[in-house]
Design a protein around this ligand. Structure first.
Ligand code: 4NP
Length: 156
């Protein structure tokens, strides 16, 4: 049973805190009692609020972002049931520091997307407003797949 979900990107100021906020709000609306957090493979922005552009675009869709950036740490691998990475680079970087027994917890967020165009969540940091909107489109699409996959099974 999935209880705790961690989202990971590079800086932990754009993609993963956005995913954390979207999933938290949607899970809460669905009445699901899950714990969400996010982290970066890099600690370069540790302690910082999320990027103002991520906060702005999320707010336009009704999501609040209050996360402060942090770097992924060893205990995350035992604490979290599922670790969602945003792209192949994150996947390689997280796998490189994850003990073998926990590596099966690491998944690309886009594995849960039903829109086949989405194969990664592209880094929007040097991008445009459209790139920040695309991040949210992909995350919302992944939520749909995650929600469908984790619906409680009907008693038989
Ligand atoms: P994120 O985006 O990984 O989605 O948080 C980035 C944030 C900062 C940088 C790169 C990507 N950076 O180079 O500082």
């Amino acid at each position: 049973m999935i209880k705790k979900v961690l989202f990971v990107c590079l800086g932990n100021i754009c993609r993963s805190p956005s995913a954390e906020s979207v999933f938290r709000q949607k899970a809460s609306a669905a009445g699901w009692d899950l714990v969400f957090d996010s982290a970066g493979t890099s600690g370069n922005h540790s302690g910082e609020k999320s990027d103002h552009r991520s906060i702005l675009h999320a707010a336009k869709r009704g999501y609040e972002m209050t996360h402060l950036a942090r770097q992924i740490k060893a205990e995350d691998f035992s604490t979290y049931d599922l670790i969602f990475v945003m792209d192949d680079s994150n996947f390689r970087n997280v796998m490189a520091v994850c003990p073998a027994e926990y590596q099966s917890k690491i998944k690309l967020l886009t594995d849960y997307c039903d829109d086949q165009r989405y194969t990664s969540v592209p880094d929007p940091y040097y991008g445009s407003e459209r790139d920040f909107e695309l991040v949210l489109d992909i995350i919302e699409n992944a939520w749909k797949g995650f929600h469908a996959k984790n619906l409680p099974k009907a008693d038989s």
